[in-house]
Design a protein around this ligand. Sequence first.
Ligand SMILES: [Zn+2]
Length: 172
Amino acid sequence: MSSQAQTRTRAHQPCAACRMLRRRCDSNCMLAPYFPGDEAEKFFGVHKVFGASNVIRMIQMVDESKKEDAVKAIIYEATSRLRDPVYGSAGTIFHLQRMVEELKMQVESMRAQVVQLQEQRNQLLGILMNVRHLDSTSSVHDSKFDGGNFMLDEDSMAYDPMTFFTENDWTF
Ligand SMILES: [Zn+2]
């Protein structure tokens, strides 16, 4: 149900604006759809910051379809102005922009950390692969020896132990 329809069902109640301005609220009241009688503080804020006649003028300036959003913006700005009379909603925007910048910097440093950790991981994986490679090559040797298939190559079989000693002139 839109706020306009809601207001129509309780048309007999004066809206918050008319109640505060002490005027008669009829079915043609411009402000009634946006400031129901039980939400007096909303109109109090916009009236204090902008003045009722300016609020009416602003609502009249926008298309029917955008009126509700316009009123929401007016109420938001009024609430911000009451809280921060100098900067209003701009103060909130600056604050949020600063937060966005800080968070961007955090994201950047997190990304750098991720890259660094990936490099470390790759280095460790490289070391691990080398260790495995060494392990597997030495186990191949082991199985050669253990399996009894160890063969001396031809050169090492080519010498006679006796001639080897004499030829090389060993002294004992
Ligand atoms: Zn009214």
